[in-house]
Design a protein. Structure first.
Length: 357
């Protein structure tokens, strides 16, 4: 076997040989330093947040209307939609695959459109590639949901795993054509639902946004997220009033370039649907034509909440997407020997080394 070019040879460069044989003593010390840093700094941050939290919670309760939610299952046929992306490591270029799937209850029917591949040269930065994949993944989700409505008949409710509200940072992601495709796919789904009388909402499971903080005029009082503060301010089975994230952001930063391109005004509310203290409230985004159906929508999400308070159709769609990611990993392990046998160059499938541009 040919030695790697950095492998020291016997009898030469005794300094390197001795260093490699030397008992390591600094690594445990580094681990201890990292442990102390994490425990100390996180404790300090949490203490600072908790000291300010009572004031913030008090202001939230004073300024915000909180409503009880009754469990109800007024929607009989419900479709959950999720999309996933998986990078396939290649040494020659960026490569990723994107797929989306609809899981319809109570029939356990699955529906998908053809998966897509994203190929970009390494002249693209890692961040830019990630932006393109994120945009195309979200567009694929809405396109698949719209295709399901066109080809598989009417359902009562479509629940999208993800937001209908997109913050300003989306306006600078990826490529202009991909941003335009995402907006077009959102508008297509919302238009179809409005025309066919189908309820639709986006479910944000781990919200980190501060739309409600901006809406209540509390952005100068706290840097905390909506969900973290509301976890302390709401009890299980409660939801907030409906508010407009776009109007809240306009008051805060005076511009909402991405949200302005969505034809339907989007509103939101937060709901605490799990009793567990580590499960934050979910955010529910809905188009303007759904505002009068908030109680029915919240009741269904609460009635079907499982695990961390996520509605069952979303959980089932998410499970299917996770299985797909595992399968792609298995296909990648099959790809390596195939390339080696065909081209005598398995390195074509090797993960990239070194820094990104």
């Amino acid at each position: 076997m040919v030695a790697h070019h950095t492998q020291p040879k016997e009898g030469r460069n005794s300094l390197i040989s001795n260093l490699l044989k030397e008992q390591t003593t600094t690594y445990p010390r580094l681990c201890l330093a990292l442990r102390n840093l994490i425990l100390d700094e996180v404790s300090k941050d949490v203490q600072d947040d908790l000291l300010k939290l009572p004031q913030v919670v008090s202001e939230i309760k004073r300024r915000l209307n909180i409503h009880p939610v009754k469990r109800r299952t007024g929607y009989q046929r419900v479709a959950g939609v999720d999309a996933g992306s998986q990078r396939v490591p290649l040494a020659s270029r960026w490569f990723a695959v994107i797929s989306a799937l609809v899981y319809q209850l109570p029939d356990a029917e699955r529906y998908f459109t053809n998966p897509e591949a994203v190929r970009l040269p390494y002249s693209y930065s890692n961040e830019r590639f990630h932006g393109v994949v994120s945009l195309r993944r979200e567009a694929k989700l809405f396109e698949t949901a719209a295709s399901f409505l066109k080809n598989r008949g009417t359902v009562d409710l479509v629940l999208v795993d993800g937001p209908l509200v997109f913050g300003n940072w989306w306006a600078g992601m990826g490529e202009a054509r991909d941003r335009a495709a995402l907006v077009s796919s959102i508008n297509l789904l919302l238009r179809l639902c409005a025309e066919e009388g189908v309820a639709v909402a986006g479910i944000v499971k781990r919200a980190t946004a501060r739309y409600l903080i901006h809406h209540l005029g509390l952005r100068r009082i706290t840097p905390l997220s909506d969900a973290f503060v509301l976890l302390q301010a709401m009890r299980p089975g409660e939801r907030t009033e409906v508010f407009s994230p776009r109007e809240a952001m306009r008051r805060a930063v005076r511009a909402t370039p991405f949200m302005d391109r969505v034809d339907q005004p989007i509103y939101s509310f937060y709901m605490r649907s799990s009793p567990f203290l580590l499960s934050p409230p979910i955010r529910v985004d809905l188009p303007e034509f759904m505002v009068d159906s908030v109680d029915a929508l919240a009741g269904y999400c609460y009635a079907t909440a499982v695990g961390d308070g996520i509605p069952l159709p979303i959980v089932k769609a998410d499970e299917e997407a996770r299985v797909t990611k595992v399968f792609v990993d298995e296909v990648y392990s099959e790809l390596i020997p195939r390339l080696e046998n065909r081209f005598e160059a398995s390195s074509l499938a090797a993960a990239v080394w070194g820094e990104y541009q």
